[in-house]
Design a protein around this ligand. Structure first.
Ligand SMILES: C[S@@+](CC[C@H](N)C(=O)[O-])C[C@H]1O[C@@H](n2cnc3c(N)ncnc32)[C@H](O)[C@@H]1O
Length: 240
């Protein structure tokens, strides 16, 4: 499968974002996100690197923007409990179908589910110590992306960190995802949007260089493996 991935395909739309998406397929997609994320997004690493340290200082307030099925939130809740640490986790999504599914699959994690935008939390004066997102930036148009980055800074408490993680677009990533998911298209990923939306997501995603050119001053963008990127922003520990 050869595709020109030299520029973002902002016209392509993920099927899961459609208002009339098949609900059964959508829910199977939320369910399968957990497996995909365990393989490519490594939320455990995020926990060890960015959450645990802050949780050791006291109860940590975590916000996941565009939480989808909220598997990362559940994993973080389990790890905090395992490590004898405490915190509150808010799973935010603009899609009520995601919030409804995630709330029904909380599995005792005790997460707060919100159907809202980050700007709604800013208006409420909410504050968080760790703000994360995964596979969300490429869904956003330019104004929405700027808004989410701006809101993330406003919502961050002193000493906190924002980590927005996503796919890094490349022809290799596209070919690898196409090849790796093809054998499972009729089994594991059958009846879900995982394969088709995954390929669209790669076409919509940024390269680290493109994202670095967009983020405001003070943000750091870096690439990683496999085909990953992240934009980080840290708030100083004290307010002037
Ligand atoms: C590909 S899914 C990723 C879900 C989850 N973070 C994961 O890694 O599995 C993208 C999610 O972002 C949500 N989303 C898109 N734009 C958003 C926005 N402006 N604010 C909050 N959520 C948004 C979508 O509804 C969708 O659930």
């Amino acid at each position: 499968m050869t595709r020109d991935l030299s520029a973002r395909d902002t016209w392509a739309r993920e099927l899961m974002d459609e208002a009339d998406a098949d609900l059964e397929m959508l829910e199977r997609t939320y369910e399968r996100f957990g497996l995909v994320n365990a393989l490519v997004s490594r939320p455990g690493l995020l926990y060890r690197r960015d959450v645990r340290l802050r949780a050791r200082r006291g109860p940590v307030r975590i916000l996941d923007i565009g939480a989808g099925g909220a598997d990362a939130c559940r994993l973080i809740a389990r790890r905090l409990r395992r490590d004898g640490l405490t915190g509150t986790i808010t799973a935010l999504d603009v899609d009520p179908r995601a919030i409804d599914w995630a709330a029904r699959h909380d599995r005792g994690a005790g997460i707060a589910y919100r159907h809202a935008l980050s700007s709604d939390l800013v208006a409420e004066g909410a504050q968080f110590d760790v703000i994360i997102s995964n596979h969300v930036l490429h869904h956003l148009n330019d104004a929405e992306l700027r808004g989410v980055l701006h809101d993330s800074q406003r919502l961050l408490a002193p000493g906190g960190i924002v980590v927005h993680r996503d796919i890094a677009r490349s022809a290799a990533a596209y070919a690898l995802f196409a090849a790796a998911t093809w054998p499972f298209a009729r089994s594991l990923f059958r009846g879900s949007f995982i394969r088709v939306d995954g390929l669209i997501s790669i076409r919509r995603s940024y390269t680290p260089r493109e994202l670095a050119a967009i983020v405001p001053a003070g943000w750091r963008v870096r690439g990683g493996l496999p085909a990953r990127l992240e934009a980080r922003w840290e708030a100083r520990a004290t307010v002037d």
